[in-house]
Design a protein around this ligand. Structure first.
Ligand SMILES: [Zn+2]
Length: 167
C-alpha cells in the first residue's frame, strides 16, 4: 500500500514537471494532507470536495489547463496558471491558514525545475499539529501521537465542518 502511495506521488510529480515544461507556467497542485495509509475514505472525499471548490473559485480564472488525479494517494487537482508564482502561493497560504479545514489542505505551487515554493522560503511558520498545535513536522519525526488518534482528530474536524455546512 505504502509503495503504491509513493508511486502515485512520483507519477503526480512527473505529471507536474511535464505540464510546467509544456506550458512554461507555474502549476498549482491541491490535495489533502490526510493521515494514515488509507487515503480514500468518506471523510477524505468530503474534505477534498471542499478543497476542490475553493481552488476552483480562486484559480479557475487564471487556469489554462487543469487535471484531476485519483489513486492510492487520494485525489488531487492540478491547475496550470498564468499568474505570478508568489501570488499563487499567497492565495494557497491564505486558504491553508484561514480555512477551518486548512490544516488538512496541501496546496503547492511548482515552478520551472519542479521546485515548490515552501513555507520556509516565504518565512512563514510551518503547519501546526492537529493534536497538540506544535510544529507538525516535529510531531511526525518524533512519532509523538498514535496514528489512530491523528486520523480521529482529522475525521472529527471534517465532521464538525460538514455538520455546520449542511453535509
Ligand atoms: Zn503534535
Amino acid at each position: 500500500m505504502m509503495d503504491r502511495i509513493l508511486m502515485d506521488r512520483e507519477n503526480r510529480y512527473n505529471t507536474i514537471l511535464e505540464l510546467i515544461e509544456k506550458y512554461n507556467l507555474p502549476v498549482v497542485c491541491g490535495k489533502l494532507n490526510y493521515p494514515g495509509i488509507e487515503k480514500n475514505t468518506k471523510h477524505s472525499e468530503l474534505a477534498f470536495d471542499v478543497l476542490l471548490s475553493l481552488l476552483n473559485s480562486e484559480y479557475r480564472t487564471f487556469s489554462i489547463h487543469s487535471k484531476m488525479l485519483k489513486g492510492f494517494d487520494g485525489s488531487s487537482v492540478i491547475f496550470v496558471v498564468d499568474m505570478e508564482p508568489k501570488v499563487a502561493k499567497e492565495i494557497a497560504m491564505s486558504i491553508e491558514n484561514g480555512h477551518e479545514l486548512g490544516r488538512l489542505f496541501d496546496i503547492d505551487i511548482y515552478t520551472k525545475g519542479g521546485e515548490s515554493l515552501g513555507r520556509e522560503k516565504l518565512n512563514l511558520s510551518s503547519r501546526k499539529c492537529l493534536i497538540c498545535n506544535e510544529d507538525a513536522r516535529i510531531c511526525m519525526r518524533l512519532n509523538r501521537h498514535d496514528i489512530e488518534e491523528i486520523i480521529n482528530a482529522a475525521n472529527t474536524l471534517i465532521e464538525s465542518f460538514g455538520e455546520k455546512n449542511g453535509n
